[in-house]
Design a protein around this ligand. Structure first.
Ligand code: TUI
Length: 333
């Protein structure tokens, strides 16, 4: 297909579509990452709490499963981060993203070895700092996302970050369909990252209960815990989040709250305990209705986004603002 508009995320990463599969601890392994990359997106391998040698193997497996570009994500807050960073220096994946902390001091050394570095930022201040440290692009993640989050929402944050820096921005948090993708491009993003939508992919090894929890979720299904210890996490509202609230309301210590969290994400993803496990998902889960292959998800995203771009192209304040949806067309026919 002839492309006449240059998209800097496509140019930088070599992907067909500027859509990143969001890295999710325990969820996005080599299988999901390679499937996303093979579908034309950027698959991103989560390293979460992986032992370093398992992480190395997962990089090798991903390379065996795809010859397309993929990324790896490092969680700065997670124990064993330094050992996983060593593996990155040894294995030199093409693209490295960071989450849950400020990666500034690692950016130059990684770039010196030829890697592309794309940190996740939750605010303008961190975006400016990451650009100054040499980041190639940023993933700006709003608090609608699942897992560890910041406090600003995607809609106001993306344009503020876009206005504050020159490098390209990938929007994340709250996106599950093509309409969300189109909206983020309208805000100035040049790419999008979706996590929750890929949990229900056939190629995702997460327990079926986890997938059904995403499919069963509505717009108010998630809760944010950990705010009192400055470590907010969004997950399905369940027995575990209620216990977190009780502890936080009682003014429990950091240690008590952290102890409750240990192993809970793994429990949800691997054993399917959606009552007492940490079933991390974004607020957009309410938009996700069925399991699909990664290819089906990506095809649907592209087609919905193109429909939304066309509808937006037909809108104008001067010509009246009737959205060209099927419902409105029938109403005004
Ligand atoms: O990283 C995420 N989401 C995650 S990671 C995760 S698993 C985990 N394991 C161990 C410890 C903690 C979590 C579950 N969900 N998203 C990217 C993200 N990064 N969202 C927000 C941020 C962020 C927050 C603060 C990035 C930078 C930051 O900087 C603070 C500072 O140090 O200045």
């Amino acid at each position: 297909m002839q492309r006449n508009i240059i998209n800097r995320i496509v140019e930088l990463t070599g992907v067909e579509y500027p859509i990143f599969q969001g890295p999710m601890t325990w969820v996005s392994d080599s299988g999901l990452t390679a499937a996303a990359s093979n579908a034309g997106c950027l698959g991103v391998l989560s390293t979460g709490n992986m032992p370093p040698e398992v992480f190395r193997e997962e990089i090798h497996k991903t390379r065996d499963l795809t010859d397309k570009p993929f990324g790896v994500n490092l969680v700065l807050l997670s124990p064993g981060f330094e050992e996983r960073l060593d593996i990155v220096f040894q294995e030199k994946p093409e693209i490295v993203s960071f989450g849950a902390g400020n990666p500034s001091k690692y950016i130059a050394p990684l770039k010196d070895m030829g890697m592309i570095v794309i940190p996740v930022v939750p605010s303008v201040a961190l975006a400016v700092r990451a650009q100054r440290a040499g980041a190639d692009a940023l993933i700006a993640e709003g608090q609608e996302a699942g897992g560890h989050i910041g406090s600003t929402s995607t809609l106001p944050m993306i344009p503020q970050i876009v206005d504050s820096i020159d490098i390209p921005v990938v929007a994340a948090g709250g996106i599950a369909d093509g309409r969300g993708i189109a909206a983020c491009f309208a805000l100035g993003a040049e790419g999008v990252q979706l996590g929750t939508r890929f949990i229900v992919a056939e190629e995702c090894h997460a327990h079926d209960n986890y997938k059904e929890a995403v499919i069963g979720a509505n717009d108010r299904a998630t809760a944010v815990t950990g705010t009192s210890i400055n470590a907010p996490v969004r997950a399905l509202r369940n027995k575990l989040t209620r216990r977190f609230y009780e502890l936080e309301f009682q003014g429990a210590s950091l240690e008590e709250i952290e102890t409750l969290a240990i192993g809970k994400l793994r429990e949800a993803v691997m054993t399917g305990d959606t009552d007492t496990g940490s079933v991390m998902m974004g607020q957009c889960a309410g938009l996700i209705k069925k399991k699909q292959t990664v290819n089906e998800i990506v095809e649907e995203l592209i087609s919905e986004a193109d429909d939304a771009f066309k509808r937006m192209g037909a809108l104008s304040f001067n010509d009246g603002l009737m959205i060209n949806s099927q419902k409105n067309l029938k109403k005004y026919a």
